[in-house]
Design a binder for this molecule. Structure first.
Ligand code: ACO
Length: 199
């Protein structure tokens, strides 16, 4: 498994992994916004294992037509097929972290700070330390490249695995509980970690 910076070429796979793993999903332009604005902040974990890639190919072959979205190019009229299960050739994405700097308008009295928008690891690749590695890369980049003094995120109250990762492994602190933060009414823990230069 390789961990490397995410590029625009990874966006479709990141969106696809996000759809698989989390109910909070984003339009492709939101991934684009992250990667173009803070190109060094987001990371992906990928594998080039031949057996895994072969399996993936078989799965793709079995995909239902309904999973393929078709669009018409307005200028040429050509049909563009958007495949939500697209995989980059020669590589399978198994995890990602999507991170940004906080650029909200109400931030003017705050020191520079980052935000973890989304993190997930595909089921069969969990408990191998990938999420921790992805997070540490993102935190380091937010600090070193973008001068973030702290980083924040939200996590579902019921998400034991993620809570363990953030609170115990990465030493985030719980700032507050945000009532009904999620669309389905679940509360979120708002978490924060001060980024020290010497970590
Ligand atoms: N139960 C308890 N602790 C867990 C679990 C679990 N199921 N999974 C991981 N952990 C702990 C590990 O023990 C480890 O701590 P330790 O080794 O120091 O004891 C720590 O969390 C990190 O483990 P990793 O192996 O790095 O985590 P993994 O790669 O399995 O990914 C993740 C964890 C991202 C939460 C994964 O389970 C996942 O993708 N879940 C679904 C998506 C999700 O919930 N994403 C986070 C949403 S919040 C957000 O995006 C801002």
């Amino acid at each position: 498994i390789t961990i490397r910076r995410a590029t625009v070429n990874d966006m479709i796979c990141m969106q696809n992994a996000n759809l698989h793993n989390l109910p909070e999903n984003y339009m492709l332009k939101y991934y684009m916004y992250h990667i173009l604005s803070w190109p060094e902040a987001s990371f992906v974990a990928t594998t080039t294992d031949i057996e895994v890639l072969e399996e993936e190919k078989e799965q793709l072959a079995q995909n239902k037509e309904s999973e393929i979205l078709s669009l018409e190019d307005t200028e040429t009229g050509a049909i563009i097929k958007l495949d939500p299960t697209y995989v980059a050739p020669g590589e399978k994405l198994v995890g990602y972290v999507l991170a940004k700097m906080n650029d909200d308008a109400d931030q003017k009295d705050e020191p520079l700070n980052g935000h973890i928008t989304s993190l997930s690891v595909m089921r069969t690749y969990r408990r191998m330390g990938l999420a921790e590695k992805l997070m540490r890369q993102a935190l380091f980049a937010l600090r070193e490249v973008y001068q973030a003094e702290y980083v924040s995120l939200h996590v579902r109250e019921s998400n034991r695995a993620a809570l363990h990762l953030y609170r115990d492994t990465l030493e985030f602190e719980v700032l507050s509980v945000e009532k009904s933060y999620y669309q389905d009414g679940e509360d979120a823990y708002a978490m924060k970690k001060i980024l020290d230069l010497d970590e």
